[in-house]
Design a binder for this molecule. Structure first.
Ligand SMILES: *Cc1c(COP(=O)(O)O)cnc(C)c1O
Length: 369
């Protein structure tokens, strides 16, 4: 009997997908190396955890766990609408903002159409594009950031969606309001622009993208509760767009894609501004701590507006992203190798608690010595 399945993927893009490489889980490293004292700075998680108010809201919600969640997510949508001054009909809730990205691809990109994104951009963009059998157009970055002029020029007749990340992961780079405004003017109104703002809470100086929504019915802004709100395991994010765009996505969305604990926890998290402010302050201090450590080691880095930083670990061809990642694992420190992002000389490290940052810096110095 032939043990090889004859079943083929729906399109050649699926066979070519490089599976998403998530940050290595702490428990996995424990199992593999028998280590107990592990620091994970690999997935841009909030080292403070989440708001105590979010925890309490989830605890309270547990009593109702036997019931299906509200498929319309009324309580969370009402909180989002209130906070960001949008209509509830403009909101799409997602099982993480990755769900929003995937829903966008399934709703708006037909097989053989194309989607545009930047070099060094978040890995989920090419993944969702390939999964629907579409063509990804990767535009060369400029100083590791998005080249919005080139990206606008890269839009073709068959382009359905452009993905932008601001700040971008894994580079931490940002573009300006003027560059974005000029970009939007160049984009045909039948092309959807996805502005992924997963880290926006860490950079309050960033321009207010929401004010572009009334002018551009082809703009979708995505946000997440996984980063500054500290709810990565809960899987909840949201998209803000015109009602027409939201209505179309809503037809593709699974009715219960966001669970009841997530709905309750996220709504409570949104109300706890003080927690987000504490997270911002800790992040700013941690960023300064890492930059000072890198300077002391003679390393350079890409200036970051997010809660992580990409540091150049190789000045002379002695180290690679993967080798430094592996060597740090042996010391119980998990960072993110970014060779897959065409950045083989860099590693990405998330900002942790002061003692976690110090532990990472010590381990890095030993590895590079
Ligand atoms: C972390 C991240 C996300 C958010 O993922 P979730 O699915 O919401 O956890 C989205 N975009 C970028 C650029 C990210 O780095």
């Amino acid at each position: 009997m032939n043990s090889l399945s004859q079943i083929q993927p729906a399109n050649v893009g699926i066979a070519k997908i490089a599976p998403y490489q998530a940050g290595k889980p702490i428990d996995e490293l424990k199992r593999e190396l028998g280590l107990t004292d592990i620091v994970k700075l690999a997935s841009n998680e909030n080292p403070l955890g989440c708001s105590p108010q979010a925890s309490a809201a989830m605890q309270a919600e547990l009593a109702q766990i036997g019931r299906y969640p509200d498929g319309n997510g009324f309580v969370l949508k009402a909180a989002i609408a209130d906070k960001f001054a949008v209509e509830m009909s403009q909101i799409t809730l997602g099982n993480g903002s990755n769900d929003i990205l995937e829903l966008v691809a399934r709703t708006f990109i037909a097989p053989h159409q194309s989607a545009v994104y930047s070099q060094h951009a978040f890995a989920v963009y090419p993944l969702v594009v390939q999964a629907v059998g579409a063509i990804g157009i990767e535009v060369p970055a400029q100083d590791f950031g998005h080249d919005l002029v080139a990206m606008a020029q890269a839009v073709r007749e068959d382009t359905a969606v452009v993905f932008l990340a601001n700040p971008n992961n894994p580079t931490g780079t940002c573009f300006s309001e003027a560059a974005f405004a000029a970009f939007m003017q160049q984009i045909p109104s039948n092309v959807l622009v996805v502005l992924d703002e997963a880290y926006v809470e860490y950079f309050p100086e960033q321009f207010n993208s929401l004010k572009f929504l009334p002018q551009y019915p082809n703009l979708l802004i995505s946000r997440t509760f996984s980063k500054a709100y500290g709810l990565a395991a809960l899987r909840v994010g949201f998209g803000l767009a015109s009602s027409q765009i939201s209505d179309l996505i809503n037809r593709v969305r699974q009715p219960f894609n966001v669970n009841s604990l997530a709905l309750a926890g996220a709504a409570a998290a949104l109300a706890d501004e003080a927690f987000v402010e504490r997270s911002r302050v800790l992040n700013r201090e941690g960023m300064a701590q890492l930059e000072a450590g890198f300077t002391a080691m003679g390393l350079t880095w890409i200036p970051s507006r997010a809660n992580f930083i990409a540091v150049k670990i190789d000045q002379a061809g002695r180290h690679t992203s993967q080798s430094v990642f592996q060597a740090l694992l042996q010391k119980g420190v998990i960072v993110r190798p970014v060779g897959g992002y065409q950045m083989p000389e860099y590693i990405r490290v998330s900002i942790g608690l002061p003692e976690e940052n110090a532990r990472f810096l010590t381990a890095l110095a030993e590895v590079l010595a």
